[in-house]
Ligand binder design. Structure first.
Ligand code: ADP
Ligand code: MG
Length: 690
């Protein structure tokens, strides 16, 4: 590639500044993409233009004059299409005087003013026209012009938006034909996509704003192509690893699982059956597998995970089941004991923070020796003193609650363990392949039979009395109710204080005759456990809580959830909260008590929630509202955001890129080494050819 030095367009200072921004050659310069565009296509028209309009004028300088009245003032008189317009520049240097001479063809763009009865511009953007004087050949005026990000350093080196724009234009003119394309013209035509050179040209100097989208689509494709190359390579690398454990699914094991399924109080959904079968199948691979199980709240993921755990355990291997909260860890532990015949199971350990030292030691010894096969726990599982004899499967419940580091730390406790990530925030398929890219995910779309749709309604705070009345009615019918407050558990703020006082008020004034309970993150594990247990047993009728209950808690008799200030929660979080009800045979209600003033986005979120209780649809809405970078579960996936591609718009291109790569394996070589590709992606440059 031609270095910037070779172009002869940049001063030493400028080269230095650009190089610090990783712009070293012409290609880097081309990928210094516009931050935005300004439409300067509007021409001055005496019939329709008004003072204040932003317009372009192209004409000849009839008169030029420098005046010194306190400060220097330079004025030119321009004749364009038979009318006269003046342009004035204050504090003008000799440079202007030298360039804008009488007889010169000039283009000016700026705000049209009428000053002392004369059409004028103050400090317009200007440029001297080339010989032919064709307005189409302007760079800075009379067209849609690109605006670039200019850093302090660039400014100090006299690299302004205008000078940079000029240099990019010159380089494009000169070198754009040298840009090679890895896609054939025929394919491009079939895809209705521009070539690289055309795309670059159009992204900098589009004739219309639509053209930028057209160009961007091509660049997005290239970026996703690079991403796919890396992804394929990552996958191939994983497949080359020989896993240290082996899973055999023999007839006895199959029989045991079938028999177990029969003892359940309900029939598995067909999605659950498919997932169990598929996961078991995957687990027999010779390389470490990365299973992903996505299922809406209440779709029954736990059971699927526990049955898979059983497969590993029966193969003499160990499993770690990581849950985000103590309450959930206990609940999963209990579920496991319940599904196993006999009700008790040796070799299952519950590892949570509050264990007494001696008790913990004993549990850890059993795990280290391999006497126990399954460890269900919270973050306490990740601690250094926890070791396994042959850890072969890691299950991560509500995986978006955990960071990459935590996952890796747990993974390091085994040799080449398999991983099962579970989430109730389904991610569009394209995204899973983009970010997890390893194995096809399993979806639990089907809700267990007999589940009624949760009736979700939006109320105002002034409706609280009515709402409390309804709560009282359901409690009198024997049901239970959640009331959720938005408290940021981690922060030392007033939320907690207001929760405690609200609770006192509810207990004293609103429901003095009902049994209330309070659950939040600052309680000790024991206190939380006691509150949960009491709620499960029906001893607490109204549970006032924070998002501690958000994940996973299962109390089928609860049929109403009241959410205060729902606008302060994200869409997936709200959906999760709502999933606390609708778990039993009773019609359930989710009551959103919104403040009077909502942001537009807040309103959209709540509307979406009222409209549907399909988690997949909500995930799609969330994605459309916020983009991939913000989606729970993706933020921590380790993949950085794309620079050009936006999967909301360019999702289809990812599939296209993967397909193209498979049918044209030779293209990879054209991108250079994997390291190059990695760097290119990080830089936001989409490199190829030379
Ligand atoms: P999630 O996918 O949100 O983790 P859970 O695994 O907690 O859901 O399951 C929610 C509830 O549904 C539990 O009480 C569980 O016992 C029950 N359940 C699971 N599978 C079925 C099924 N096939 N039919 C009926 N109930 C089921
Ligand atoms: Mg769950």
């Amino acid at each position: 590639m031609i270095s910037l030095t070779e172009t002869g367009l940049f001063s030493t200072e400028q080269l230095k500044v650009l190089s610090r921004l990783k712009v070293k050659d012409v290609r880097d310069l081309f990928y210094y993409l516009p931050r935005k565009y300004i439409d300067r296509t509007q021409k001055l028209d005496l019939r329709s233009s008004r003072a204040g309009d932003l317009v372009t004028v192209v004409g000849q300088i009839l008169h030029a004059e420098m005046k010194f009245a306190g400060r220097r003032r330079f004025t030119i008189k321009v004749e364009a299409n038979g009318f006269i317009i003046y342009a004035t520049f204050f504090n003008a240097g000799p440079y202007l005087q030298k360039v804008l001479q009488v007889g010169t063809q000039v283009a000016c763009w700026g705000k049209l003013e009428v000053y002392r009865g004369r059409l004028s511009f103050m400090h317009p953007e200007w440029e001297v026209m080339t010989e032919d004087g064709d307005a189409g050949s302007t760079v800075h005026t009379g067209r849609i012009v690109p605006i670039y990000r200019i850093t302090e350093g660039m400014r100090a080196a006299y690299l302004t938006v205008k000078s940079l724009r000029q240099k990019i234009e010159t380089c494009l003119q000169k070198y754009e034909k040298r840009i090679a394309d890895y896609i054939s013209p025929e394919t491009l035509k079939a895809w209705q996509m521009p070539g690289v050179a055309e795309a670059l040209h159009k992204i900098h100097f589009p004739a219309t704003i639509e053209e930028t989208e057209y160009a961007r689509r091509r660049m997005a494709f290239d970026e996703l192509m690079l991403f796919s190359v890396l992804n394929e390579e990552k996958k191939a690398a994983i497949r080359r690893i020989e896993k240290s454990h082996k899973i055999v699914i023999n007839l006895a094991l199959k029989k045991e699982i079938e028999a177990l399924e029969k003892t359940l109080p309900f029939e598995l959904t067909s999605d659950q059956k498919k997932a169990i079968f598929g996961l078991m199948q995957n687990s027999t691979a010779s390389y470490p597998v990365n299973h992903l199980l996505m299922g809406d709240v209440g779709s029954g993921k736990t059971l699927v995970a526990l049955l898979l755990a059983l497969v590993y355990m029966r193969n003499g291997l160990q499993v770690a089941y990581l849950a985000p909260t103590e309450i959930l860890a206990r609940q999963h532990y209990q579920t496991f004991l319940n599904i196993l015949p006999g009700g008790s199971f040796e070799g299952v350990e519950l590892i949570i923070g509050k264990d007494a030292a001696k008790e913990r030691r004993a549990k850890l010894d059993r795990l280290a020796r391999g006497d126990s096969r399954l460890a269900i726990g919270t973050h306490a599982l990740i601690q250094d003193d926890v070791s396994f004899q042959n850890l072969a499967l890691i299950i991560i419940d509500e995986q978006h609650r955990f960071g990459v580091e935590q996952r890796e730390k747990l993974r390091a406790k085994g040799k080449t363990p398999d991983l099962l990530s579970m989430t109730a925030t389904p991610i569009p398929r394209t995204l899973t392949l983009a970010y997890y890219g390893d194995l096809e995910p399993f979806y639990l779309k089907e809700k267990p039979k007999d589940r009624l749709k949760i009736d979700t309604r939006l109320f105002a705070e002034s409706d609280l009395d009515r709402i409390y009345k309804a709560v009282r009615k359901y409690v009198s019918e024997g049901r239970q109710v959640y009331i959720i407050y938005p408290v940021i558990e981690e922060s030392e703020n007033s939320d907690m204080a207001s929760l405690v006082s609200e609770y006192a008020a509810l207990e004293r004034d609103v429901f003095p005759d009902l049994r209330l309970g309070l659950l939040h993150g600052r309680l000790t594990g024991d206190e939380k456990e006691r509150a949960m247990q009491k709620f499960k047993e029906g001893l607490i009728q109204v549970l006032v809580a924070t998002t501690v209950v958000e994940v996973g808690i299962d109390v089928p008799n609860a049929n109403v959830i009241v959410i205060r200030n729902p606008d302060r929660f994200g869409l997936s979080q709200l959906h999760q909260l709502r999933g606390r009800v609708g778990r039993g045979e009773h019609q359930s209600f989710c009551i959103l008590v919104a403040p009077d003033r909502l942001t537009a986005e807040g309103q959209q979120r709540l509307d979406a929630l009222v409209r549907t209780d399909d988690g997949f649809e909500l995930a799609q809405t969330d994605f459309q509202l916020r983009g991939a970078g913000e989606m729970t579960g993706l933020r921590q996936s380790g993949a950085s955001e794309f620079h050009v591609a936006d999967l909301r718009i360019h999702g289809d291109l990812l599939d296209k890129a993967v397909e193209y790569l498979q049918s044209h394996p030779e293209v990879q070589a054209q991108f250079g080494s994997l390291k190059n590709i990695q760097q290119a992606l990080e830089k936001g440059l989409v490199l190829f050819g030379n």
